[in-house]
Design a protein around this ligand. Structure first.
Ligand code: DGL
Length: 270
């Protein structure tokens, strides 16, 4: 096990959208060293098969273990859906694995007994339907309605949010009768915190919008604190790797991380 507090937190995603999770982690735990891996060579994961996402995830886990990460955070909902169990088993002697699904399930079960909850995410996340399985197992009388909203991630990546086009696309999706009029809506995709405000506006305050990045960061903090793994105050070092570097990915980092990030190239296959 990599169990020194100064070992970095490893975070990975299909691309740079997972920087929303890295940002939430940085805000809550500013002294932590961080290694981020965005698999830009293979995005989007949302349309990929489970087997493909599992193969990519194992490769990425190897990189994060090489960097001595004390914990691996699967920031991507599609990868959390497809590869969490496999990865947990694969790295069990070396690092703890946190996904973005279980913390949200715990949060919903604790706060929304008997409620009607909606969820939007990629095709992979919705098709795998892990949220429903995990919520139903807890028997809290919660109804979960889900909808794949595959246009949203590319729309946000292109910088289309807080404008007329994004508002119309969001409204089209959220008005879908399959979602009903929920008490709360889970943002089950790395990109969606950027359109949280627009979604809240659509519901006119009648539906609570739940941001997975914040809930996952909180769960990571709880784990590190409980295991004596929080780093002591220090100037943190962070590295942001991508499997395929382009200037446009680097330019988009500001959208998701709130500041420009220097991306380093790291191929997964030679
Ligand atoms: N990171 C993905 C997720 O959270 C969204 C983008 C993709 O499909 O790769 O599911």
């Amino acid at each position: 096990m990599n169990t020194l507090p100064e070992n970095p937190i490893g975070i990975f995603d299909s691309g740079i959208g997972g920087l929303t999770v890295a940002h939430a982690i940085r805000a809550l735990m500013p002294h932590e060293n961080m290694v981020y891996f965005g698999d830009t060579a293979h995005l989007p994961y949302g349309d990929k098969s489970e087997a493909a996402i599992q193969a990519f995830s194992v490769k990425i886990a190897n990189v994060l273990l090489q960097k001595k990460c004390k914990v691996i955070v699967i920031a991507c909902h599609s990868a959390s859906s497809a590869a969490y169990e496999l990865l947990k088993e694969y790295v069990r002697h070396e690092a703890h694995v946190i996904n973005v699904i279980d913390p949200m399930v715990d949060y919903v079960v604790k706060n929304y007994e008997g409620a009607s909850i909606a969820l939007i995410g990629t095709k992979r996340t919705v098709q795998t339907d892990l949220y429903s399985k995990k919520i139903n197992e807890r028997n809290k009388g919660i109804t979960l309605k889900t909808l794949a909203t595959p246009l949203l991630a590319p729309m946000i990546e292109e910088g289309f949010f807080s404008n007329q086009i994004s508002r119309e696309i969001i409204a089209q999706y959220l008005a879908d009768p399959r979602l009903g009029q929920p008490d709360a809506l889970i943002l089950a995709c790395t990109h969606y915190p950027l359109i949280k405000k627009e979604i809240e506006e659509f519901y006119e305050g009648k539906t609570k919008v739940l941001d997975s990045s914040l809930v996952a960061a909180q769960s990571l903090h709880t784990y590190l604190a409980a295991n004596g793994l929080l780093n002591s105050p220090a100037k943190p070092e962070s590295h942001f790797y991508v499997s395929d570097y382009t200037e446009s990915f680097e330019a988009s980092t500001r959208l998701f991380f709130g500041e420009n990030v220097r991306l380093e190239s790291h191929r997964l296959w030679n």
